[in-house]
Design a protein around this ligand. Structure first.
Ligand code: MG
Length: 155
């Protein structure tokens, strides 16, 4: 099992990218890469399943190679690392916590893109969205958070 969590601030002048999908929004997530908080949470969960540290250890935000990089590229590198350690990903279950915009219409496409990178059937990649009902920093639209669990087995 692996668990991942991530949180990024919302700012103006950035696209909102979640699970590799660009979602129409007046604000986007800030970060060194494309700040795709969902893809980061899944990557962290994969690393966690094998006790390989966190995403920042593998892709430091001080490294110019990762500036503006698509997080799907990072996820692809992480799943490759998991495979080289002799593990196979079985399934992913992730939740995005966002007040706005409404993510439900985009969830199937996110699952499809993530499944493509992970080389998993799409029915083994669950992407859900929850609204915090106005509570806390996510409710005030200061940021978007994501959580993910993965299960892996020995190849
Ligand atoms: Mg992140």
């Amino acid at each position: 099992m692996g668990f991942g969590f991530d949180l990024h601030p919302l700012v103006t002048g950035r696209p909102l990218i979640l699970g590799g999908v660009t979602v129409a929004s007046e604000v986007g997530l800030d970060g060194h890469s494309d700040a795709d908080v969902l893809t980061h949470a899944i990557s962290e969960a994969l690393l966690g399943a094998l006790a390989l540290g966190d995403l920042g250890r593998h892709f430091p935000d001080t490294d110019p190679r990762y500036k503006g990089v698509s997080s799907l590229v990072l996820l692809g590198a992480v799943i490759e690392l998991v495979r080289t350690r002799g593990a196979r990903l079985v399934n992913v279950d992730a939740t995005v916590l966002a007040q706005a915009p409404r993510l439900a219409p985009h969830l199937p496409e996110m699952a499809k893109r993530l499944a493509g990178v992970l080389d998993l059937p799409v029915d083994q990649v669950s992407v859900k969205a929850k609204s915090p009902e106005g509570l806390g920093l996510v409710g005030r639209r200061e940021g978007i958070a994501a959580m993910a669990v993965v299960s892996v087995e020995a190849q």
